[in-house]
Design a protein around this ligand. Structure first.
Ligand code: ADP
Length: 301
């Protein structure tokens, strides 16, 4: 198959591993810089151009879209979809997953466990909002934040009110969430492909920190999931419509609670912690699910 990886940098671990895994299985792999794609959206035959040439004959696209280029990246994926090319992450699913509020609303509709969460616009609601999620300690999260930046633990009611006021002053969008103390600074990243969790790691925050992000100095280790955790991760991924995702779960007294479903989960941490060939599993999934590009099939005809 001829497979495109939409990625800004071919030297990134995840991009490199996908190229390697694809080539090992005999596929033609192309790394395409998302921001350098330009599109012809006026003609009846939708097209994408890249470095002066029309992109043609692709059977599948693996989008690896960074959060800073979500909007343009979504448009590029949508254009591939209009060209009839199989996209591992669909444009609609990417858009959904990048909107934290929308994601949590969708997950809650499916009765998937999650920390009690609230959001509000008006200052008059601050005290009520804090009460709604069970009072301090609580977590305040910027909607735009990634890698643990913009996630604040407010240990007292006063601290919570101050943080909320400060975010409001900055006109930042945020949500307020129950703090899951018993998670003990750990969370679980479940790597879901299709309807299976193919690898899972427990990430633990460094001493004095509650955020377990590897970018914040957290460490990762292989973990065994309970059947409930496994099921929760798969249902969360399906709810978002993602065929490949990283579902982050907090282990709480009332069972697994989903924090986030990531649409471009990194491969480095999970492959290192679990020793699994996750890149290979992604390529296998594409082999099983992508229909060959129709224009190519016709051409061979
Ligand atoms: P980001 O998307 O920026 O990584 P997260 O919402 O995943 O932000 O939060 C970062 C980390 O903070 C999580 O991995 C987890 O360890 C911790 N954390 C986040 N929310 C909670 C919570 N409600 N209770 C306990 N710990 C939390």
């Amino acid at each position: 198959m001829k497979i495109a990886i939409l990625s800004r940098n071919s030297r990134l671990y995840s991009t490199g591993r996908l190229v390697e895994a694809g080539e090992q299985r005999g596929h033609e792999m192309h790394v395409i810089d998302t921001l350098k794609c330009y599109m012809d959206i006026t003609s009846a035959k939708p097209a994408i151009w890249y470095k002066g040439e029309r992109l043609e004959g692709f059977d599948a696209v693996i989008p690896r879209i960074g959060s800073s280029i979500t909007s343009y990246g979504t448009a590029v994926i949508r254009q591939f979809e209009m060209m009839g090319v199989y996209c591992l992450t669909e444009s609609v699913a990417l858009g959904r997953s990048r909107d934290k509020l929308r994601s949590l609303q969708l997950l809650s509709r499916k009765a998937i466990g999650m920390p009690n969460t609230g959001f509000a616009h008006h200052v008059d609601n601050t005290k009520d909002l804090i009460k709604m999620v069970g009072g301090a300690p609580l977590v305040v999260k910027l909607l735009q934040g990634t890698q643990g930046r913009g996630v604040v633990l407010a240990e007292t009611q006063k601290a919570a009110e101050s943080v909320i006021d400060a975010f409001r002053e900055l006109r930042a969008d945020f949500l307020v969430q129950e703090f899951i103390k018993e998670a003990g600074g750990s969370d679980v990243r479940c790597f879901v492909i299709g309807t299976k969790v193919v690898a899972a790691m427990e990430r633990t925050a460094q001493a004095g920190e509650f955020r377990s992000n590897l970018h914040r100095g957290g460490s990762a280790a292989l973990t065994r999931l309970t059947p409930t955790e496994r099921k929760t991760a798969v249902v969360a991924a399906q709810t978002m419509g993602l065929k490949v995702s990283g579902v982050d779960i907090l282990r709480s007294e009332r069972g697994p609670l989903v924090m986030e479903v990531n649409s471009s989960p990194g491969l480095e941490g999970i492959e290192a912690a679990t020793g699994k060939d996750v890149a290979g599993a992604i390529i296998e999934y594409i082999e099983d699910n992508a229909k060959p590009n129709q224009t190519r099939t016709r051409g061979k005809g």
